[in-house]
Design a protein around this ligand. Structure first.
Ligand code: TUI
Length: 306
């Protein structure tokens, strides 16, 4: 399937794998790129040397384009911004902030820059700053989220900018892909679906919780602190939400989530870990290779769109 995004990036299918913190490393990113989508390494809160090693390993495993996601709240964001230039990474996506200050250096290096936005205002600002496309991410997504749903955000961003828009949040199959195209998106980004791929190296306990999740099994913590995060409900989210209701402050609440992603991804601690996942988890019910996922989605979408 050819769209403005496949043409822009030289990829086969307009499907991005979300840059999930602690999850999206070289084996997942290279598998998605080799399957014809865009694999993305998550820099998350990791330091320069770690991300450099992940980029090198990805380059060994694929000759196709891949991306690095820079989480702008990271204390290492500036170092990673420099690293992607040094390593000539083909595509950079950003999250959880405004990448404006880095745009010039990335564009000068010939990097395709595709920030995640959760509002029309930021999409317009980043188009002016030289973004090649934007990812409009609705609050159905897992992890750090904005306020607006994908259904509502995507067409408004499409109307507001001339650059291509990729839809993210609540998309997990061919129907979601086709719906995103109907809203005007030139591609989709999926995280939760790829969480259960064979090449995704998260702890089996985490994978099992995603596979077993039902429609209403994710909740949003941190609305009161200004850091809303969507996770599968567990002991940690129950305690966090009770704390928020009781009026606890940011510092006290944070003690509940310290190291939460490591606990979930590496230790498989499904009680205390942060099991970040989107609302689509209820529809993600099988483990497949990335290639099987992408082929299944594209076949279904082409049938619907045809
Ligand atoms: O970034 C994400 N999702 C994430 S990052 C993450 S790691 C993390 N862990 C613990 C605490 C905090 C982060 C887990 N999930 N998605 C992209 C995204 N970006 N969603 C929403 C936004 C966003 C929100 C506001 C982007 C820009 C923005 O504007 C801020 C501004 O300065 O205008």
């Amino acid at each position: 399937m050819e769209t403005a995004i496949t043409r822009l990036l030289g990829i086969q299918y307009p499907i991005f794998q979300g840059g999930m913190a602690w999850v999206a490393e070289h084996s997942l990113a290279s598998a998605v790129s080799n399957a014809g989508g865009l694999g993305i390494i998550a820099a998350a809160n990791a330091p320069y040397e770690y991300v450099k090693e992940e980029i090198r390993k990805t380059k060994e495993l694929t000759d196709r384009p891949f991306g690095v996601n820079i989480m702008l709240l990271s204390p290492y964001a500036e170092d990673i911004a420099r690293l992607v230039v040094e390593e000539k990474v083909p595509v950079v996506t950003t999250g959880a902030g405004n990448p404006g200050p880095y745009m010039k250096q990335w564009k000068e290096a010939g990097i395709k820059v595709i920030p995640v936005v959760a509002s029309v205002a930021l999409a317009k600002m980043l188009q002016r700053a030289g973004a090649d496309a934007v990812i409009a991410e609705g609050c159905e997504s897992g992890g750090h989220i904005g306020e607006t749903t994908t259904m509502v955000l995507v067409p408004q961003v499409v109307d507001a900018v001339e650059i291509p828009v990729i839809a993210a949040g609540g998309i997990g199959d061919g129907r979601g892909f086709a719906a995103a195209r109907m809203l005007g998106a030139e591609g989709v980004q999926m995280g939760t679906r790829f969480l259960t791929s064979r090449e995704c190296v998260i702890h089996p306990n985490y994978k099992e919780r995603v596979l077993k999740a039902k429609d209403i099994d994710t909740v949003v913590t941190g609305r009161s602190t200004g850091h809303p995060i969507r996770c599968i409900r567990n002991k940690m989210t129950r305690e966090y939400l009770a704390g928020e209701k009781a009026g606890l402050g940011f510092e006290e609440l944070e003690t509940l989530t310290i190291g939460g992603l490591r606990k979930a991804v590496q230790e498989g601690n499904v009680d205390q870990g942060s099991l970040m996942a989107g609302q689509i988890a209820g529809m993600v019910n099988k483990e497949q290779t990335c290639q099987e996922m992408i082929e299944e989605i594209m076949t279904e979408a082409e049938k619907l769109l045809g």
